[in-house]
Write a protein that binds this ligand. Structure first.
Ligand code: GTP
Ligand code: MG
Length: 195
């Protein structure tokens, strides 16, 4: 029951994360892709993860407790132009380390604005995740911004493109505004958490 989720910790880097036990699922994506909004929609708690019109708002790794030994992680967004290069590179490095070394990490949800899917950094992240044997859900967010025809077209295009990653990659559309895709998101997470 995702409504039972509560805030656990804010970690400045991967060394400060909760103990690496149980099952963890992380939300990643470009700044402003809708990660925090999706977490709030999933948990039916509007103020749980902070959302913002200003990209790059989530600087810390925020962790949430779903149940005993089941966690959700809201990762800082990448690709925000105004962030200094040194900070970007440091984050890239720790993100890669997190994906490769975190034993409890079962799956990665990669959120992408449906109007700008599969940018270079998204693709790199998906490659890393597949290499690290993680299950991947590509969530095409802000689906309410497109009408049904173009929405379906983009979904099919991204599904087709996702085959190239040669991994356990699922693709769904999602909207925090209309709640479209919420059931599909829950089904994928249920599967990953073994519920
Ligand atoms: P960072 O933490 O900066 O990386 O951003 P984020 O990925 O957590 O994005 P956030 O959830 O803060 O949302 C960014 C902006 O997009 C906010 O203005 C949200 O209101 C808006 N937004 C998020 N989801 C949706 C959606 O499904 N539909 C629409 N129309 N807007 C959305
Ligand atoms: Mg955020």
């Amino acid at each position: 029951n995702y409504q039972q989720t509560s805030f656990l910790t804010s970690a400045p880097d991967i060394t400060a994360l909760p103990p690496d036990t149980g099952i963890e699922v992380a939300f990643a994506g470009r700044s402003n892709a809708g990660k925090s909004s999706a977490l709030n929609t999933l948990t039916r708690q509007n103020g749980l993860a902070r959302t913002s019109k200003t990209p790059g708002r989530t600087q810390l790794i925020n962790t949430f407790r779903l149940a005993d030994e089941k966690r959700l992680i809201d990762l800082p967004g990448y690709g925000f132009a105004k962030v200094p290069l040194a900070v970007k590179e440091k984050w890239q490095k720790s993100l890669g380390e997190y994906l490769m070394k975190r034993q409890s990490l079962k799956g990665l949800v990669v959120l992408m604005d449906i109007r700008h899917p599969l940018k270079d950094l998204d693709q790199q992240l998906i490659h890393w995740a597949v290499e690290s044997q993680l299950s991947v859900l590509l969530l095409l967010t802000k689906a309410d911004k497109l009408s049904p025809g173009p929405r379906k077209k983009t979904l099919l295009e991204v599904r087709e493109a996702s085959l190239a990653f040669m991994g356990d990659v699922t693709v769904h559309t999602f909207s925090s505004l209309s709640k479209q895709g919420l059931t599909e998101l829950e089904q994928v997470l249920d599967d990953w958490y073994g519920r």
